[in-house]
Design a protein around this ligand. Structure first.
Ligand code: FE2
Ligand code: FE2
Length: 278
């Protein structure tokens, strides 16, 4: 695996890092030997190849309407980062295929869903949907960067680097789509209605994919793993999603901005830990 940080636009606010992972050696249950939680991460990964392509297409479609020179550069860097995430989460399939986990099928379902969304919406709607999903990725990523109790459960060094690299970059570029949405005159009502619809569809999809992955893996009735997984995700005090309720609801404030959730020190700390030069 090699990493080089390059910045194709010197004045963008964040770099585009070229990554080249190889997951051929990764063991099946790389999250603390746990089927539910490993499949949950596989579930999330299956959303990225086409999900992040959708983000790139949404932003690219309105790029010529943006006049602010800094935002234009940041849009190009955003496209570079998301395209790299999409590529590396497609590479993730090497691991999945080696263990008989059919993530490609789930990715194709995401592709079909997003093709429908594209047919039914305007450019501004798609940008609002991207803003909603970027808020999900940024807040989930922030929590991952803050939760040593979770990241120490990742048993594989390549998976560790993939998820934490992605988490850093989701925070580096979290304001780009939102700023672009506001710059093209995107309003509050459309933003929050589409957040509501996106939330419903997002949780329906990951619920469906989770059942599918566990069933295909012969783990659907592994109650011990379910118990641990549900406690990790939905536990009353420390559940991953439970702790996201506050940051999620913040999105519905009329004056919300992604940079309200300050993560610069956290990003810096993790850039050093992962050995990134910038
Ligand atoms: Fe991403
Ligand atoms: Fe993103």
């Amino acid at each position: 695996m090699s990493t080089t940080a390059t910045n194709p636009l010197p004045n963008a606010s964040f770099p585009v890092r070229r990554m080249d992972f190889n997951f051929a050696e990764t063991k099946k249950y790389w999250w603390s030997d746990d089927p539910f939680l490993t499949q949950f991460m596989n579930n999330l990964s299956s959303l990225f190849p086409y999900g992040e392509k959708f983000f790139v297409d949404s932003v690219r479609a309105i790029r010529d309407q943006i006049s602010d020179p800094q935002l234009k550069k940041d849009i190009s860097a955003f496209i570079g980062q998301e395209a790299m995430h999409s590529k590396e989460h497609a590479t993730y399939n090497e691991y999945a295929t080696a263990h008989g986990i059919d993530l490609e099928r789930l990715e194709q379902r995401v592709r079909v869903l997003l093709e429908w969304v594209t047919r039914l919406t305007t450019k501004k709607h798609r940008l609002a949907i991207t803003c909603a999903l970027e808020h999900f990725t940024a807040t989930m990523a922030q929590q991952l960067l803050e939760r040593e109790d979770l990241t120490t459960q990742i048993d594989d060094p390549k998976m560790y680097k993939l998820w934490l690299w992605h988490a850093i970059e989701e925070n580096e570029h979290k304001a780009v789509c939102y700023d672009a949405y506001q710059a093209i005159g995107g309003g509050y009502f459309t933003r929050v209605i589409l957040m509501l619809l996106t939330t419903l569809i997002f949780f329906a999809v990951i619920g469906w994919f989770q059942i599918h992955l566990l069933r295909k893996d012969g783990q659907l009735f592994n109650w011990r793993s379910w118990k641990r997984g549900l406690a990790t995700l939905l536990g009353p005090r420390n559940g991953f999603f439970t702790r996201l309720i506050g940051p999620y609801l913040a999105y519905y404030r009329p004056g919300f901005h992604p940079l309200d959730h300050e993560t610069k020190a956290l990003e810096n700390n993790w850039r050093q830990r992962l050995g990134f030069s910038s």
